[in-house]
Design a protein around this ligand. Sequence first.
Ligand SMILES: Nc1nc2c(ncn2[C@@H]2O[C@H](COP(=O)(O)OP(=O)(O)OP(=O)(O)O)[C@@H](O)[C@H]2O)c(=O)[nH]1
Ligand SMILES: [Mg+2]
Length: 199
Amino acid sequence: MVNLAQIPPAGLKVVFSGPMGAGKTTAIRAISDGGTLSTEVPISGEAMGDKVSTTVGLDHGECRLDDGVTLKLFGTPGQERFSFMWPILGAGAFGVIVLVDNSQPDPVAAVAHYLQAFAPHVGPRRMVVGVGRLDSHPQPDLDTYCKRLAEAGFAVPVIDVDVRRAADVRLLLSVLVSMAEVEHVHEPQAAASERTPTA
Ligand SMILES: Nc1nc2c(ncn2[C@@H]2O[C@H](COP(=O)(O)OP(=O)(O)OP(=O)(O)O)[C@@H](O)[C@H]2O)c(=O)[nH]1
Ligand SMILES: [Mg+2]
């Protein structure tokens, strides 16, 4: 795991992003240890299944991984008209989790769009992708994601998730934190000089 001595007492800031309805708010609610902050308003257009509200500011929650690492979780709005919030929330982040709903049109392109937007804040090795609804919508499959994202310059882990389940969200977060340890082992100089972000 990540070097605990380098983690600031306030914890590591992790951002959940991805398109509208991908499950950012759901994921933060599923995993947070205490209460969460949400900025939801009713969806003005057609409802998306059982989803009746959308984030217009941010989500916030906090959780502690099994190894004691505290994570401060921030969710972005998915709608492009609120994209001004993305760099605000991405600033100083340790890592980013991009969620996507596989039932939506061209979800791989959507993921690439969000990876592109957040890479300047965290670098390509601090991002993980969670794909939802693969059970009901198996295409594109995870291999297709990995191949197309690698072609776009993003060699990131891509994981099958149901963000309503805390265990799945915990897995995404654990993989993200573990990636920092890989950096640490293989790039000691880079790891030593990297920032130790807080919220
Ligand atoms: N059936 C099914 N529903 C899911 C799954 N994952 C998430 N959902 C549902 O999808 C919806 C996701 O909504 P939100 O969590 O509000 O999505 P969001 O990404 O925060 O959306 P915005 O804030 O509008 O950008 C919720 O109603 C979840 O219950 C899944 O794997 N299967
Ligand atoms: Mg939301």
